[in-house]
Design a protein around this ligand. Structure first.
Ligand SMILES: Cc1cc2nc3c(=O)[nH]c(=O)nc-3n(C[C@H](O)[C@H](O)[C@H](O)COP(=O)(O)OP(=O)(O)OC[C@H]3O[C@@H](n4cnc5c(N)ncnc54)[C@H](O)[C@@H]3O)c2cc1C
Length: 413
């Protein structure tokens, strides 16, 4: 008999799980309260982050904390409300930055991100959208002469981990991106990083591929999850859906449906924002550019130039805190000739576990309940490998990489 699966959440992670399970012959129903790819997987910078192997909470974070206090730094905003109501996650996040964890974390992130471009290239080919992929790398830029030493240190770090990068001076930066204003004396070009021109459209195209192959996408809010003799049942306002297994891939909302089952995955969020701006006539960028001192990306997108900002540690559903995106917008204007803001400011929430690694595997004590969330800053990049890992483990095959670092049992007993 054909095995059945429910996948809850049609962001990049859920859609990738649905496709990978379908490929192995399961009858999959994908459920989301919105159309596919309309939440976090819509609003990101679209970077296929093959070089993002150092978690945000690495040992260098301790030295930066003093500079973050007072919420004046563009990289971080910490709301007192969140710090006082949920101190546990923050303390754990800081504890996980300790040096003894460093190498293992880097290895685990590199295993997840190493072949992101190849995986997306293959999926984009199958989905008929190869034109959305750019293989032009990413450019990191520093605003002061001290940036030369920082760029050199990052170059050496990447080299130690087998990732190619090229140091650039002011002239080299202009050669690579002539549209940038000459305010950056130091830069680093990382060619193996890819990018897309619309992460939401890419996620939607992968979901369309899944539907074309004969599977069902249901648009409904899931209000409850329970186990019965047949397997798992998801409740929605329009009725229940049952299957042998369920994959929870609800991004920043994943904890909401698990708590009633007595599961606390220790998931929280790092919020972020974006704005689209038009370029001034004759100006263009050919790759996403990261301004280290301004703590923002400018990424060329279908909708315009997308400026994304640093981490806002406010409660997931608290009102917008626009300081960082305002500062990123102003800093981006110094770096690149930008025109008007197009549309509304977007806010999203990176789903993050204290050790900055996702949770990929079966929930302890809940056979048939699979967890796929917590992909933090690299979930658009790592959705496809997360899906392949889940599908392989569901089918008893060896997963493409060692699943141990991502096992749910590290936080759920
Ligand atoms: C500003 C910013 C920039 C980023 N830049 C990058 C980048 O350049 N590269 C990169 O790789 N990553 C980036 N990320 C991270 C990346 O966007 C996320 O890790 C990734 O999108 C998470 O995908 P997901 O599928 O887990 O979650 P989501 O895309 O949020 O999907 C979860 C889905 O669950 C659905 N849902 C929630 N609750 C329910 C319910 N009760 N019933 C039904 N459906 C429900 C939602 O509608 C949503 O579609 C960035 C994030 C931010 C915020």
């Amino acid at each position: 008999m054909t095995r059945t699966a429910l996948v809850l959440g049609a962001g990049m992670v859920g859609v990738s799980c649905a496709l990978a399970l379908q490929k192995r012959g399961l009858a999959v129903t994908l459920i989301d309260r919105k159309e596919p790819g309309r939440e976090t997987s819509y609003g990101n910078a679209g970077v296929l982050a093959a070089s993002s192997i150092l978690p945000l909470n690495n040992p260098a974070l301790y030295a930066k904390i003093a500079g973050y206090l007072g919420n004046r730094h563009p990289a971080l905003n910490l709301s007192l409300r969140r710090a006082s109501t949920r101190p546990g996650w923050l303390l754990r996040f800081l504890w996980e930055a300790r040096p003894s964890q460093g190498l293992a974390r880097i290895a685990a992130l590199q295993a997840l991100t190493a072949d992101t471009v190849a995986r997306h290239r293959a999926l984009m080919g199958e989905a008929g959208i190869p034109h959305r992929l750019r293989e032009t790398g990413t450019l990191k830029l520093w605003r002061s002469e001290a940036g030369h030493a920082a760029a050199q240190a990052e170059h050496d770090f990447l080299k130690r981990h087998g990732i190619e990068s090229h140091l650039l001076d002011r002239q080299g930066i202009s050669g690579v991106e002539p549209g940038l204003k000459p305010i950056f004396p130091a830069g680093l070009l990382i060619p193996s990083v890819g990018s897309v021109d619309s992460p939401g459209a890419v996620t939607a195209a992968y979901a369309a591929l899944f539907a074309e192959r004969g599977a069902r996408i249901v648009q409904a809010a899931v209000t409850g999850l329970s186990r019965n003799s047949a397997g798992w049942r998801a409740e929605t306002a329009t009725g229940g859906f049952e299957a042998d297994i369920t994959v929870v891939a609800l991004g920043p909302w994943s904890g909401d449906l698990l708590k009633p089952l007595g599961i606390d995955p220790k998931l929280d969020v790092e919020r972020g924002y974006h704005r689209h701006l038009t370029p001034q006539a004759g100006s263009s960028l050919t790759r996403p550019v990261y301004d280290v001192d301004g703590a923002y990306y400018i990424a060329p997108m279908e909708q315009g130039y997308r400026v994304t900002c640093g981490v806002d540690l406010s409660l997931r559903d608290a009102p917008d805190a626009l300081r960082q995106i305002d500062s990123a917008t102003a800093a981006a204007r110094e770096a690149f000739p930008l025109g008007a803001v197009v549309g509304e400011t977007w806010r999203g929430a990176r789903p993050t576990l204290p050790d900055s690694l996702p949770m990929i595997g079966e929930a302890p004590r809940h056979p048939g309940l699979w967890l796929a969330f917590g992909n933090q800053h690299v979930g658009f990049s790592t959705g496809p490998i997360t899906g392949e890992m889940i599908a392989a483990m569901v089918c008893g095959e060896p997963p493409p990489i060692d699943p141990t670092p991502y096992r749910p049992g590290r936080y759920i007993s």
